[in-house]
Design a protein around this ligand. Sequence first.
Ligand code: NAP
Length: 302
Amino acid sequence: MAVFNKIALIGVGLIGSSIARVARERAIANTIAISSRSQQTLDEARTLDLGDEYNTDAAQIVKDADLVILCTPVGVVGNITSIIADHLKPGSIISDVGSVKVSVIQQMLPHIPDGVNFVPAHPVAGTEKSGPKHGFATLFDNRWCILTPTPKAEESAIEALGDFWQACGSSIEIMDAEHHDKVLAITSHLPQLIAYNIVGTADDLEAVTNSEVIKYSAGGFRDSTRLAASDPTMWRDVCLHNKEAILEMLARFSEDLSAMQRAVRWADGDTLFDMFTRTRKIRRDIIDAGQEIDAPNFGRDD
Ligand code: NAP
């Protein structure tokens, strides 16, 4: 049975289109309404047959929706909420999929009308690709979806959104928004910045030509380029909107990197060996937790 009668997706890139696909394939919603900023992306979604209603005007698709999900970069969620607020159905739920949560709540909460439930969410699932054609229905399977409920949400609305994400394949975790932003700063945002830096440094190296970087790219560098190929708008917004937590993690990381630099300089093999042994266990734990598979190139086919 459908969890919601009508859902409205504002933004139909990788995440929005994956929600549309899974909602249709598993009959989680009876009607799927889609909005995107550009006519071009909306036409692409229509060609892919992702929904039942299409409109570039987000206010038009939310009117009778039971669940509205903002699937845009996090820097624009406040503005979009201010535009759709007066059109939201009383008793409905508004949510998002943003990779940061404190800023999203600060931006959206002031615009949420009384009687509408605001339950922010973050599906911890994704790829480096963007746009509607790259979404897929199984994206959220066996992944976590973190809910960071606000005071403007009935318990039943939090449960209903949890049911929705479970039907999409995810496991649910409820977390404080500040805590979410710290956890994601270390597990996602910092690795992304490090990848940008590795690829940027290689690109800047004068002693090594660009064609050599590409020709001899070993696994580690290739994995970094995959991350560094992610959507620049999304990641610019994540950095701007999770500034404090990212700076805190970067400071810790810089200290640890200096310690490693010292160990290399002084040929302190014991320190290096101990460190590499400790980190190896973490990968084993991630595989055991079902969040990665133990296959070459992580089982990815590109
Ligand atoms: P995406 O593929 O680039 O799609 C972005 C969508 O947002 C498009 O429909 C785009 O519309 C719309 N959009 C972009 N800028 C806009 C603006 N200024 N105003 C209104 N609409 C705008 O992005 P995505 O990867 O799905 O990411 C969407 C959200 O999911 C982000 O908040 C991100 O933090 C979160 N998230 C991403 C991942 C991931 O791995 N990608 C994972 C978890 C969560 P047009 O194309 O019509 O311009």
